[in-house]
Design a binder for this molecule. Structure first.
Ligand code: ADP
Ligand code: MG
Length: 342
């Protein structure tokens, strides 16, 4: 096993057309778990398919450690890359039992008898399906089918596991349960994993690193915490976590803005130039005792708290949380405790 390196990778499907993947460079460390996050159509699947070997890059190269998988003239076929790909459609054989489905890749490789049975048992145990070996896929829930697909991928002991929106077909409750399964799977297999999703919460919850893509380009690669606290630019800031991007006079030169001056001061500057894009997370907006700084636009009761949308005097909206009930139209005094200049 070794780290996976994408070096200035591009893919253009139509001659002279827009690149589906545009100059993407990225290193996934050995045993790492990277989420590739971005809206539909931004090129995520195309990146995965190039890594797997189903698609030839128009430009750039792919390396696994020292080994070149794809380059200008060179192209290692998918079956020689020791990678496994898992899709949202599972791809199970309906006429085979769970155990037969999981054992199929071993059968293809000529592994049979007790060795195959043992590996299948181990793989099913890893996804908590040991008692389902004799069932057919049709008798399983969506989450269980996805686990069978994972077990089938585990038996081949791949160096790299590529997952293309594997939970997109499942409901929210099952998705959370499956996120746990994916983390366990990653810890157990030791494989380098790349997980494609358009769901930022899923990306943040699962992966050790997140790569954000938009329109074929890579915008930022960092840990989930880093992406959340220090997004680079409006696109990433808008895509990750909750928050509002406000146009405000920049109070400090520093990009991380703690302990802003009193809100009155900021508001006095609302009409001033120059302005900057400032990301404000709802948990950093404190509602002070009294005042008339912001007007409540909407209130959503979330059980533990009220989620508010507030309007500043100049009409810009931001989010905040309140423990106390408030009403639409109420005037509140707020202090922004921390913000991030994009
Ligand atoms: P994502 O997985 O992020 O939704 P894709 O990688 O599937 O995005 O697609 C990126 C872009 O490339 C889209 O504009 C899509 O229409 C285009 N594309 C993908 N595959 C092909 C193909 N085989 N032929 C032509 N265009 C394609
Ligand atoms: Mg896709």
């Amino acid at each position: 096993m070794a780290k996976l390196i994408l070096n200035r990778l591009s893919k253009t499907f139509d001659l002279g057309g827009r690149a589906a993947v545009n100059d993407v460079s990225l290193t996934v460390r050995e045993g790492g778990f990277l989420a590739l996050l971005g809206p539909s159509g931004c090129g995520k699947t195309t990146v995965l398919r190039m890594i797997a070997g189903f698609e030839q890059p128009s430009d750039g190269s792919i390396l696994l450690g020292e080994r070149v998988l794809a380059d200008a003239g060179e192209m290692v076929p998918p079956e020689h890359r020791n990678m496994a790909m898992v899709f949202q459609s599972y791809g199970l054989w309906p006429h085979m039992s769970v155990a037969e489905n999981v054992g199929y890749p071993l059968k293809v490789r000529g592994i049979s008898g007790e060795k195959r049975d043992r590996k299948v048992r181990e793989a099913l145990a890893a996804v908590h399906l040991e008692t389902y070996a004799d069932r057919r896929p049709a008798d399983l829930s969506g989450g269980q089918r996805q686990r069978v697909a994972l077990a089938r991928c585990l038996v081949t002991e791949p160096d790299v596991v590529l997952l293309d929106e594997p939970l997109a077909n499942l409901d929210r409750h099952l998705r959370q349960e499956m996120e746990e399964t994916f983390r366990e799977f990653h810890a157990r297999s030791g494989a380098t994993m790349i997980y494609v999703t358009h769901d930022q919460a899923e990306a943040m919850a699962l992966a050790t690193d997140v790569a954000v893509m938009s329109e074929g380009r890579l915008l930022q690669v960092a840990t989930p915490e880093e992406i959340y606290a220090r997004p680079e630019g409006r696109l990433v800031g808008g895509l990750v976590g909750q928050g509002a991007i406000l146009s405000l006079p920049p109070p400090f030169g520093d990009r991380r803005l703690f302990d802003w001056p009193a809100m009155q001061e900021i508001l006095a500057g609302l009409a001033q130039e120059p302005r900057a894009d400032i990301l404000v997370r709802p948990q950093d907006v404190e509602i002070a005792a009294e005042g008339q700084v912001a007007t409540v636009l909407s209130v959503l009761f979330e059980g533990e708290r009220y989620a508010l949308r507030l309007a500043l005097p100049d009409g810009q909206a931001l989010r905040a949380f309140s423990r106390q009930p408030v009403k639409v139209g109420d005037g509140l005094s707020i202090v922004i405790r921390a913000a991030w200049r994009l």
